[in-house]
Design a protein around this ligand. Structure first.
Ligand SMILES: N[C@@H](CCC(=O)N[C@@H](CS)C(=O)NCC(=O)O)C(=O)O
Length: 124
């Protein structure tokens, strides 16, 4: 069973990426001022993700729907982001949103539902 899942993982992942691309939500039209304001706020955020992870797709779609520009860090293929997620975030699970607060505190938010709720509350 484990081997079947491993074999199917890649084509399923590709299907997820293509499906997402074909149905991705429209980014909202924002004024230059609003875009600039949002860019300043989202500079402090970074999303650790895998390209083919369905929970990451959900999170990236929320980001797009809100018209946000959040840096994405591939925690599967980039050893630097992988190591940082585990050592600073505490576990190897994506999606994870790194939030650098004004007071210097860094928060690592796991769980796609929590990230989505946080983004909607803050930027929606
Ligand atoms: N309940 C979590 C599930 C996240 C999850 O299962 N992520 C998988 C990737 S799809 C993961 O991080 N797996 C770690 C691994 O592959 O070792 C959420 O909604 O964010």
């Amino acid at each position: 069973m484990k081997y079947i899942f491993r074999i199917l993982r890649w084509p399923l992942g590709q299907l997820i990426i293509v499906g997402d691309w074909l149905t991705r939500p429209k980014a909202p039209r924002l004024s230059v001022e609003r875009k600039h304001e949002l860019d300043q706020q989202t500079e402090k955020l970074a999303l650790y993700h895998f390209k083919q992870c369905p929970f990451c797709v959900i999170t990236r779609r929320s980001i797009r729907r809100l018209g946000l520009n959040i840096e994405t860090r591939d925690a599967r293929n980039d050893p630097m982001w992988n190591a940082e997620l585990i050592s600073e975030g505490g576990k190897y699970q994506v999606p994870c949103l790194r939030i650098a607060h004004e007071d210097g505190r860094v928060e690592w938010m796991y769980e796609s539902a929590s990230i989505k709720q946080y983004l909607n509350q803050r930027f929606g």
